[in-house]
Design a protein around this ligand. Structure first.
Ligand code: NAP
Length: 312
């Protein structure tokens, strides 16, 4: 039988900028506040390198340092941070109950979901075979292993552009393979890509198959216009094709859109009163750390209002 351990006014699920901003505002608003951060708190910013668009830092800040600052700030103010995941939720009764990965059950007057979004994969069988054996979803984590080798990055957005630029620190050459004839990445990143002589952008191509032995040796890419197939001898293959929201445990419990994002109103309320969502888990448009932090603040302020109303 599950052990019930504690009640909090506000429970936040997720430990990116949205989650920590919500914790800071929750605890400063007088709510007993807990944040469940998963086994490695920090969210997607842990996968980035230097961030130069988060206001308040004159010089670029390392993602891990920014997140450590948010964690320490939340704890100093009095939030309780658990390094476990929430694996199940019950929103049908109030107070809500949430089951953690260690089997303990916590109850909450309000819940803020800030679980973010995870990296997407291409879906090729050969990709699955070589994940962790040359195929990676994290240039920051694995780029180091390809010192002096040729690598490729798949994707055309900000993540792919940032990964390609980062990988030039290690790799002898970086191919950026994009399925269209125009990048989606921000103009400034595109300028940096073009200025970097180690980077070759290959437009209009999609990966067909990754091949190798025990580890990936390279891949075949196909021109989507002509059908011509080209081989890249790149033992490092970095997939940067966007993200999917981490909402599995909320399916059937909250309204989700067709892509799985949590549907919220303009006050970040989800479809069950008392449950709010903030950050990449509901943001289909901006997906920026600073926007997520702002949304975390909004969700906490709305949750505080909800808790006040519930007392009356
Ligand atoms: P994204 O903007 O959704 O870009 C995904 C890219 O992958 C697109 O170029 C897309 O092609 C391509 N793609 C998608 N599915 C594919 C498939 N099956 N096969 C081949 N290519 C595929 O994702 P993101 O780059 O991860 O960025 C997500 C959000 O985070 C964005 O809002 C971005 O601005 C933000 N972000 C910001 C920063 C920063 O400001 N420093 C850094 C990273 C991310 P199409 O272009 O043809 O759709």
């Amino acid at each position: 039988m599950a052990e019930q351990t504690a009640h909090f006014d506000m429970i936040i699920i997720g430990s990116g900028p949205a989650g920590f901003a919500a914790a800071i505002y929750g605890v400063r608003g007088g709510a007993s506040t807990a944040l469940f951060g998963g086994v490695a708190p920090g969210g997607q910013l842990l996968l980035t390198t230097e961030i130069e668009n988060y206001p308040g830092f004159a010089d670029p800040v390392v993602g891990a340092d920014l997140m450590e600052g948010m964690l320490k700030q939340s704890v100093r103010l009095g939030a309780t941070v658990f390094n476990t995941e929430i694996v199940a939720v019950n929103f049908t009764e109030h107070p809500f109950s949430l089951t953690a990965g260690d089997g303990r059950v916590y109850t909450a007057g309000s819940v803020i979901i800030a679980t973010g979004a995870r990296a997407r994969w291409l879906g090729l069988p050969s990709e699955r075979k070589y994940i962790g054996k040359g195929v990676s979803g994290c240039a920051t984590c694995d780029g180091f292993f390809f010192r002096g080798r040729e690598v490729c990055v798949i994707g055309g957005g900000d993540s792919a552009a940032e990964d390609a630029l980062f990988l030039t620190k290690f790799a002898s050459k970086v191919y950026l393979v994009h399925r269209r004839d125009k990048l989606r990445a921000a103009f400034r990143l595109q300028e940096k890509l073009r200025a970097n002589t180690k980077i070759e952008i290959i437009y209009d191509h999609l990966p067909e198959e990754i091949t190798g032995g025990a580890r990936a040796a390279g891949l075949y890419i196909k021109n989507v216009r002509t059908g011509a197939v080209r081989r890249l001898e790149t033992p490092g293959i970095f997939i940067a094709i966007g993200h999917a929201p981490a909402t599995n445990i909320f399916a059937g419990k909250l309204d989700l859109d067709a892509s799985g994002y949590i549907v919220t109103d303009d006050r970040l309320a989800a479809s069950v009163p008392g449950v709010f969502a903030a950050g990449d888990v509901m943001d289909t448009r901006y997906k920026q750390a600073v926007v997520a932090a702002g949304a975390g603040c909004m969700a906490a302020m709305e949750a505080l209002l909800y808790l006040e109303e519930a007392k009356k």
